[in-house]
Design a protein. Structure first.
Length: 382
């Protein structure tokens, strides 16, 4: 299914230099010497059919995987492996410790040792974030222009559209630091080109402000590729829940029970918390790639939202259409919930994969939500 999408992208969007990088990440080695197929110094090729020791779960199609699992592939289903305990996302020290084990391995000039990182990843969560600026490892790789590390982290299931403290994504960091090869790779794998930071700037806007011509050209040429892939994959219909490899029956039952609790007339807070202990609150667990926070926002369930945020649920998490929980709340006419999420730090400039923003779901500029955002930000939301 995605072969046609990839072929169209190659023909329409990519020049000869871009084709080489694009084929590498999708496991289609270009016709060149074997030494050139190694995209990182001192490591194995990204499409190595026999990863050593550690089950990295190399993606055969990152674009398809990131459509299904927009918060990153379900790296390890077992919660004790994935985050070690239910408080992982609220434990900044634990996140920083994991971050500090991997960050030094991501060097400039594509220096990156896959074998060493494979062994490190056995004990850490690759979606960890730094304490001070809430950056992911993918932010670091994008800032340093390390295409090798970026390829590896995408394959390991790190979220492409992860937002830092200032709502910058890895794609925005790649543009800021003028790394067009990073931009190519991230866009090809499914990064949302329309995402905006807290200043309301998209990657393209930043590229044009800073005169990053190569980055601008790439972003302009590939603006529709993620939405094309999404439409082809879903056929214009709601996307059923994507089941990750290794999910147990109990895990699937717990996910279903969470929805039942959210739909109940009387909310059982204790049971909800117990079930949240058994799953990763920052994964795409439900239909349309929703996280639990999306499910709560969709139902207008402020109590559940507060519980999830207290557990470290990502307020900028995205689902398949790249809607954040705040956008989902507005889509379902829960303006009070959108206001609540905004008060908790949600980005009012969030955009979907077809460039929809808050005004597309709540078009009244005289409404309470718009007025509150304008009062706090001083920026027009367009």
């Amino acid at each position: 299914m995605f072969f046609d999408v990839l072929q169209r992208l190659k023909m329409q969007c990519l020049n000869d230099i871009y084709k080489k990088d694009f084929m590498i990440i999708f496991g289609q080695p270009p016709a060149m010497g074997s030494d050139e197929m190694l995209i990182m110094e001192g490591s194995v090729a990204i499409d190595d059919p026999n990863p050593k020791k550690f089950d990295l779960n190399i993606m055969k199609s990152p674009l398809e995987t990131n459509v299904q699992f927009p918060m990153g592939a379900n790296f390890k289903v077992n919660v004790t492996q994935n985050m070690r305990d239910a408080t992982y996302y609220t434990n900044s020290a634990c996140n920083q410790k994991d971050f500090d084990q991997i960050e030094p391995l991501i060097k400039k000039h594509n220096r990156f040792n896959t074998d060493k990182l494979q062994s490190v990843l056995e004990g850490v969560n690759p979606n960890c974030k730094s304490s001070a600026d809430r950056q992911s490892l993918l932010h670091v790789a994008a800032q340093r222009g390390n295409v090798a590390a970026t390829s590896f982290l995408i394959s390991a299931g790190v979220c492409l559209d992860s937002a830092d403290k200032n709502k910058n994504t890895p794609l925005i960091e790649a543009v800021k630091n003028n790394h067009p090869e990073e931009v190519k790779l991230l866009v090809a794998a499914g990064a949302n080109v329309y995402t905006r930071n807290i200043q309301g700037d998209s990657a393209l806007a930043i590229a044009e402000k800073k005169g990053r011509k190569d980055c601008s050209n790439i972003l302009r040429a590939t603006q529709g590729h993620l939405s094309d892939a999404y439409r082809q994959y879903t056929g214009g219909k709601a996307m059923p829940r994507a089941v990750a490899d290794g999910e147990t029956t109990e895990y699937q039952e717990n996910i279903s029970k969470l929805q039942t609790l959210l739909d109940a007339q009387v909310f059982n807070e204790n049971e909800f918390n117990q079930l949240c202990d058994s799953i990763d609150v920052n994964k795409s667990l439900f239909a349309n790639g929703n996280t639990v926070l999306h499910e709560a926002a969709q139902r207008g369930h402020i109590k559940a939202i507060d519980i999830l945020l207290a557990r470290g649920a990502d307020i900028e998490s995205v689902q398949c259409a790249r809607l954040t929980p705040m956008l989902v709340a507005l889509q379902n006419k829960h303006e009070d919930v959108a206001l609540h999420l905004f008060s908790k730090g949600a980005n009012p400039f969030a955009r979907s994969l077809i460039n929809e923003g808050v005004l597309d779901f709540n078009p009244n500029p005289k409404g309470q939500f718009y007025a509150s955002v304008m009062k706090k930000t001083g920026n027009a939301i367009v």
